[in-house]
Structures are given as C-alpha cells and as structure tokens.
Design a binder for this molecule. Structure first.
Ligand code: URA
Length: 477
C-alpha cells in the first residue's frame, strides 16, 4: 500500500500532487491511500508515493478539478479515495464526468451538493455577537458547519461585513477579519465565543415579527433551518413557543384586517402607483430602499397572495446579473431569490461554469410569487405579460443601481422582462445581445426546465448547454 500524507483535512493541493504522482506511476486505487498528519506516523507498511516518470502526462477535465475542490471539504473519511478512483478511471473513460448516473460520479456530485448546502447554511446562520476589546468593537460568532466550509465561505462575510472587525470560530479553524486582511487560525471551542448580547434581542424580535404562523410547515422549516444549527441561533429559542402558539395566531390573523404598509411606504407607494416614480425625478437610491418599497407595491395584483416581495441579492456593483422568472414557493417564504430546487440547479451550474454566485446579483423579472392552491400545495403559475410589464419598473431600477455588464436571462419571462419584447429563447440563446443601457444580455433556459426533463441523457445534454451559456456570459464580462 502506498500512502500519501496530506498537511490538512482540506489540503487540496497536497491531494492533487499525490494523486497525480500515484496515477503517473500506475498505482491502482486499491493500492493508494491518503492520510492527514505528520509523515512517518502510523502503519509500518506505508510507502510514500513512488516517484513518477515525468514522461507519463495526462490531463483531466476542469469539471473534475472543480468538483474535487468541493468534495475535499466533505467530512467523509473516504473522500480522498473516491476522488482518486475517479481520477484513475478518467484515464480509460475520458467522458466519465458526464455520466451522472455512474455510482462514483453520482456520489461525488452528491457530496459536492452537501458541501455547497453547508456553505449556504453558514451564510444564513452565522450570528455575530458584539464584544469590546481594548481597541474597540468586535463581532465574534461561533459556528459548527456541517462540512469544512470555513475557508470557502469566509470571503462572503468580508463582502457583507467589510467595515466590521469580526471573527468566526469553528471546531475546524477560525477566520478573522480586521477590516483589511483575512487570517485563518486554529480550531476553536464554543466557550471562546461570547454567548449573549443585545443583538440577540434584535434577532429574536426580527424572527418573531417575520414568523408567519399561517405558513407554518414544520418539516420544510427544519429543512431550511436544520436542527443542528438551532443551538447557536438566538431566534431558535423562540421556535417551540411560536409553533405552539401558531394556531391561535393564525386565527387572530384571519380575523384581523389586512395590515397596512407603514406610513412612509404608503406614501412612496401612492407615488409609485401614480406616476411610476418615487416623486419628482426621485429614483430609489439604494437597493435597501428598493427592497423596502417593493413590499408596498400594488402595481399589479400579485402582492395579494404572496408572503412578501422578493428582490434581487448580490454585490451592489456586480458585473453579472442573473434574472429569473419569479420567486417560487420556497423563495416566497424565505424572502430570497433562488434558494429552492431551481436555485440548487443554478448554483451547481454556476460552479461548473466557474462563476461564484457570491459575485452575481441574482434577481427575478417579477418580484411576487404567482401561484394557485392545489390541496395544501401552492402551484406555480406563469406571470402574465401585463404583470411582467408592471414589474419591469423594479427590475429597471435594480439594473440602474447595479449597472451590470452582462445580464443572463433564465427563460422566456426573464427575457421579456429584460428586453421588453417576447423572444424565442432557443433561437437567440447564448450570444450577447446589446441593450440600450450598454449592458449585454445572454439568453438561456430556466433551470426548472432542466429539472423537468425526464430522460437522463437528454437532461445531461441540456444541462451542458446551460453551463455553456453561463460560460459564454462569463467570457463577455
Ligand atoms: N425560479 C425563479 O425564476 N426564481 C426564483 O427565485 C426561484 C425559482
């Protein structure tokens, strides 16, 4: 048995070097092992990777390298072996990565999805607590990610909290941002983080006021906010009580008159609806302002059945904007775009295209969820042209604020919202279309379309075309 010793659990460069050496030297997967720790520890019959004849060259698809970088972060013990088995098999099966039904490929994709999900959960559930040190205010969070995603996810917190000095402590390591530099340090323990501060009251109040008992679905709530994260979420302390009170609160909500938007928003609203602007030449000057005002929008009837308006999210100067159709069931409840099944397809395709979702402003042509009830479910309905036109006002405002170079439209409704005309996406997809504001649009299909294709080979082919469209958009940036 040949054993490669890696520096750390997430030592991708080390694994890659060793795996290449193994493969060049013809070491079969059954004879190769990877271990984290200092060289020389452990079993006697360990032999380091044999020196490889440099003449044996090989290359692997980028899709494999990208996937491997994610899978390494998975907590499973055998992830290095799984990846080496794939690398080995690619020698005889160069198209292996396209066979998503292959047992090893499917396993690796599943683990990459788990890692990506753990990263999203970290973005959603890290809660900073305020501490004072000799040099002023700092924010510290304790978090236990499902997989080793600290390094991968820390840059998101720099973008979101660039002006704060913060530290995220985890059992795998810690990340510290001093306002200028990000540093990674050793593992931490929960006692090293403060446990309560006044900001907790804010989260509790916020959660209690946004908690909608009429929409309580305990199962899907636990899917979105899994129990493993509850212990570090101040607002989670409220969940059992809110759930217990939900029947009473639902009855009270049904009996109560519909809530009026607050006075400032009501004023804004009447202006928006009267002259399609915020007043004399006034346009929303920030995305926050836009996000608040959309909650009061009555430009079409869709607000009535939706939980909330869902605006775009992402860096305020993103070069790439992605426009979907409208929030789905999960987005409507969560208040964020593309967090449900279509979002997962989009995330995976973006990863494969080499685009970081955190660099993208993701939004929708229509901001409220259009649906009809079927039993207990809310079934998506395509928005009418009039609704897309009414909502264009918001999309245009987002475009003016973000000023992206390239806008990818997902499906016909998004293309209509961006171009202002009906288009045959399949005829015009993939190429850059000049827009009056100087940006370029790249049309492609909607990820839900990919989800609906039943046949595996056709699905894989369409997915490849989708990824290729995203790559073309990236090349135009
Ligand atoms: N589909 C969309 O078009 N947008 C979303 O945000 C979610 C699903």
């Amino acid at each position: 048995m040949h054993v490669a010793v890696l520096d750390a659990e997430i030592d991708f460069a080390g694994w890659r070097r060793a795996a290449r050496a193994f493969r060049r030297a013809g070491v079969a997967p059954e004879q190769a092992a990877f271990r984290v720790g200092a060289a020389g520890e452990g079993l006697f019959d360990e032999r380091p990777p044999p020196s490889a004849p440099d003449a044996v060259r090989f290359s692997v698809p980028k899709a494999f390298v990208d996937l491997a970088e994610e899978v390494i972060l998975h907590r499973s013990e055998d992830r290095f072996d799984l990846l080496y088995r794939l690398l080995w098999r690619l020698g005889a099966e160069p198209d292996l990565m396209k066979i998503v039904t292959d047992i090893d490929v499917a396993e690796a994709l599943e683990r990459a999805r788990n890692v990506s999900r753990a990263s999203h959960k970290m973005k959603a559930f890290v809660r900073f607590r305020q501490v004072e040190d000799g040099t002023g205010e700092r924010w510290v969070a304790w978090f236990e990610p499902a997989h080793r995603v600290l390094e991968k996810t820390a840059p998101f917190f720099i973008r979101r909290f660039a002006a704060m000095r913060w530290a995220i402590l985890t059992p795998d390591g810690s990340a510290t941002w001093d306002g200028a530099e990000l540093a990674f340090g050793p593992p931490a323990s929960r006692e090293m983080a403060p446990s309560e501060d006044p900001v907790e009251e804010f989260w509790k109040t916020y959660y209690a006021s946004t908690f909608n008992p009429a929409r309580l679905k305990t199962k899907s709530m636990q899917g979105e906010m899994p129990r493993r994260y509850w212990k570090n979420l101040p607002e989670a302390a409220l969940i059992p009580e809110l759930v217990a009170r939900s029947t009473v609160r639902t009855e009270a909500m049904v009996a109560a008159p519909a809530p009026e938007p607050n006075a400032r928003l009501a004023k804004t609203l009447s202006r928006i609806n009267r002259d399609h602007s915020f007043g004399d030449g006034f346009v929303p000057s920030t995305l926050d302002e836009l996000g608040q005002a959309v909650q009061a929008c009555r430009r079409c009837p869709l607000w009535r059945d939706a939980t909330q308006g869902v605006c775009g999210e992402g860096p305020k100067k993103a070069k790439l904007m992605i426009v979907g159709e409208q929030p789905g069931d999960q987005e409507d409840l969560a208040g964020h775009p593309f967090v449900g099944p279509a979002g997962r397809v989009l995330d995976a395709a973006l990863d494969e295209a080499g685009v970081d979702r955190d660099d993208v402003f993701v939004t929708n042509a229509v901001k409220h969820f259009k649906h009809e009830p079927r039993g207990k479910r809310r079934i998506h309905k395509t928005p009418a042209v009039s609704e897309v036109s009414a909502c264009r006002w918001w999309l245009d405002a987002e475009r003016r604020l973000v000023k992206p170079n390239v806008i990818v439209t997902l499906g016909g409704t998004a293309a209509l919202g961006v171009l202002g005309r009906k288009v045959a996406v399949t005829r015009e997809r993939g190429r850059g279309i000049d827009l009056p504001d100087g940006a370029r649009a790249v049309l492609t299909v909607h990820p839900s379309y990919l989800l609906r294709i039943p046949e595996a080979a056709a699905k894989a082919a369409e997915r490849d075309r989708f990824v290729a469209d995203l790559k073309r958009a990236k090349a135009l940036l």
